[in-house]
Design a protein around this ligand. Structure first.
Ligand code: ZN
Length: 261
């Protein structure tokens, strides 16, 4: 693979020390996995502490050229969200916006979330990555696709293959068949990707241009995800697309950054 871009990783302190990382540790995990560039977001900010979390994530990424950042936005913090998203204009590290309706405790289709998208995210032109999962009534894949339909100018990534580890394997496949949203891509940062055939089955339905490599590091070791991608029963062209080409359709700003063709 010519490059390997991790579109889903975290900076900051989790409840488990080993699953926490500053910039240097995250970059080391990337290198061990053969990842050439990564997109990371603050774990603390996902819970709602967006000022402290985004500030720390940008500080930690500042000295690591292989790390780009998505700033976290939150519908209960509209003014701070505006500030962080606007910072993308002057800080080239910022490549998108992360939302986490589960940890942030809000509904992805709530009035407040729509307001966040209308007033803050859509005008920025930045892509969005959200946690999505079967175990998450706040943001299962069918409701995320509904949100994406409401904002056709925004490019969305559905994390965790759109399903996560628990629950029905076919939830994303069925939701996509009912509501294929041209502005939605998926990342494979879930242990579900280790289930034989899981990535291939989604790929057959959404096509080869929509799945992006992701690891959820440092919550998971990223290296096995790289190995899973190498082992998938797909063509080398499809592998290359998942490794780095597809993500450049969602986040064109990554082109030419260190480790990105
Ligand atoms: Zn994550």
């Amino acid at each position: 693979m010519r490059a390997l871009i991790d579109v889903h990783s975290h900076l900051g302190q989790y409840s488990n020390a080993g699953m926490s990382a500053g910039g240097a540790r995250l970059a080391q995990l990337y290198r061990t996995a053969g990842i050439t560039h990564g997109v990371a977001f603050s774990i603390e900010a996902c819970y709602g502490g967006i000022d402290a979390g985004n500030r720390l994530a940008l500080e930690e990424a500042a000295t690591e050229e292989m790390i780009s950042v998505m700033v976290v936005a939150h519908p209960s913090h509209i003014e701070p969200s505006k500030r962080w998203v606007a910072m993308a204009k002057s800080n080239p590290k910022i490549a998108g916006v992360k939302i986490h309706p589960v940890l942030g405790n809000y509904d992805v289709l709530s009035t407040a979330t729509y307001r966040l998208f209308e007033e803050v995210i859509a005008p920025s032109g930045l892509p969005v990555l959200s946690h999505v999962g079967n175990e998450s009534p706040n943001v299962p894949i069918d409701r995320y696709l509904t949100l994406a339909r409401a904002f056709p100018t925004i490019r969305f990534i559905a994390a965790h293959l759109g399903v996560g580890l628990m629950g029905l394997a076919d939830a994303a496949i069925d939701a996509w068949k009912k509501n294929p949203a041209e502005n939605v891509w998926f990342d494979m940062g879930t242990l579900r990707a280790f289930f034989t055939g899981s990535v291939e089955a989604l790929l057959r339905v959404v096509g080869p241009d929509r799945i992006c490599f992701g690891t959820d590091a440092p919550l998971y070791h990223p290296a096995p995800f790289a190995r899973v991608l190498e082992a998938l029963e797909i063509s080398d062209e499809e592998r290359e697309k998942i490794a780095w080409k597809n993500v450049l359709q969602v986040i064109p700003a990554l082109k030419g950054r260190p480790g990105v063709p």
